[in-house]
Design a protein around this ligand. Structure first.
Ligand code: NAD
Ligand code: TYD
Length: 370
């Protein structure tokens, strides 16, 4: 079992990175080290998501650094200041629809940002003889979307060929290739995971499940792309974060691990289940809600089906999904019902005011406390 001390989490103010930090600090008895969250607080980053951790852990085991992974000075500064021994790289532009409207930010963060992180790790992680240390680890978080789209049968395994089809998945694929190249060329100790669609607390309400939950609760139309029969393999975010923790401790260097829910659903069926759950919890009329389902123009190049074969991580590292779909969807709906303040902050844009109030952006890409 590998032991970790000073962990750099990139993108920890986002959905999965934030859930990962929470699990590590609150639920994982095996970890007593420090976590540095480096995040540029883009539209998807929300510092309020981790505010409750600041009190018990801030300045002791949890440190927030406002900065851009595309800035070499910012990344080097963090490596130096915290003596990082483990990188868990979540930071990314993550929404397919946005990548279709504006791909450039995806190339910058997902390709250049990943490169800067890898290159800094390579320079920083040298032993006294100049060789790359092997007691450190760079773990890269990626997506099943790099494998492309499936027909009615089959699954993606770790040996499936890459065939990305959106600017988002192409940028993630490029990042994955750089990670493996740094391992093969320079001997950088890396692991990589490709996960299926996540859902759960703190997910930005642009993705299908949180957007649908909020639209249901607010009585708005429920948009479904195309014929609604595209299939995704859904995994509760906490199950994903536990898989990442397992890889950090037991994963073999240079190995890829697919993570999935073995839980394929057509989009339209997800929506019907969500309607039933949310209607029950919020006292709404499910039949009226079904009348709000609105079929809209399909996403260009919309991948038809994703399905992950996660037998390798189950067999080799002993991870498995813990929560069933309907139970975890219920927890997700409960969370959105219990956190109107978080939603309101996003609706009004107030969640971003914290940056203006507290930080000035320096030329090197880091934020300076006012
Ligand atoms: P998210 O969009 O919720 O969060 C991304 C975070 O990265 C935000 O906090 C944002 O501020 C930060 N960020 C963006 N650009 C940055 C930059 N240049 N420098 C520093 N920080 C920056 O994303 P998510 O859904 O939590 O996804 C996290 C990772 O998991 C991504 O790498 C994504 O590709 C991968 N992934 C996501 C899913 C999913 O279903 N959401 C599934 C598989 C893999
Ligand atoms: P999304 O959450 O954007 O994740 P991804 O595109 O990375 O899989 O979308 C999940 C599925 O839901 C995808 O097939 C597109 C579809 N979708 C809708 O039908 N309506 C919507 O409003 C959104 C955002 C997505």
């Amino acid at each position: 079992m590998r032991s970790l001390q000073n962990v750099l989490v990139t993108g920890g103010a986002g959905f999965i990175g934030g859930n990962f930090i929470r699990v590590l600090l609150e639920k994982t008895a095996e970890f007593s080290g420090r976590i540095v969250n480096l995040d540029a607080l883009t539209y998807a980053g929300n510092r309020a998501s981790l505010e409750d951790l600041e009190g018990p852990y801030g300045g002791k085991r949890y440190f927030f650094e406002y900065g851009d992974i595309c800035s070499r000075a910012a990344v080097e500064g963090v490596f130096e200041k915290y003596r990082i021994d483990t990188v868990v790289h979540f930071a990314a532009e993550s929404h397919v629809d946005r990548s279709i409207l504006g791909p450039e930010a995806f190339i910058k963060t997902n390709v250049m940002g990943t490169f800067i992180l890898l290159d800094t790790a390579r320079k920083y992680w040298r032993d006294s003889g100049g060789a790359l240390r092997q007691d450190v680890l760079f773990h890269h978080i990626s997506t099943d979307e790099v494998y492309g789209s499936l027909g009615e049968t089959g699954t993606f395994s770790e040996t499936s060929a890459y065939d990305p089809r959106s600017p988002y998945s192409a940028s993630k694929a490029a990042g994955d290739h750089l990670v493996m190249a740094y391992h093969h060329t320079y001997g950088l100790p890396v692991t990589l995971s490709n996960c299926s669609n996540n859902y759960g607390p703190y997910q930005f309400p642009e993705k299908f499940i949180p957007l649908s939950i909020l639209n249901i609760l607010e009585g708005k139309p429920l948009p479904v792309y195309g014929d609604g029969r595209n299939i995704r393999d859904w995994l509760y975010v906490e199950d994903h974060t536990r898989a990442v923790w397992t890889i950090l401790r037991q994963g073999l260097r240079g190995e890829k691990y697919n993570i999935g829910g073995e839980n394929e659903w057509e989009n339209i069926k997800v929506l019907h289940v969500l309607i039933d759950i949310a209607a029950r919890k919020a006292g709404l009329d499910p039949e009226k809600l079904r009348g709000s389902i609105t079929y809209v123009t399909d996403r260009p190049g919309h991948d038809r089906r994703y399905a992950i074969d996660c037998s390798k991580i189950k067999r080799e590292l002993g991870w498995k999904r813990e929560l069933g779909f309907e139970e975890a969807l219920g927890r997700t709906v409960d969370w959105y019902l219990a956190n109107p303040g978080w939603i309101e902050g996003i609706r009004t844009g107030d969640y971003q005011k914290w940056i203006e109030q507290n930080y000035e952006k320096r030329e090197d890409g880091m934020g300076e406390l006012r």
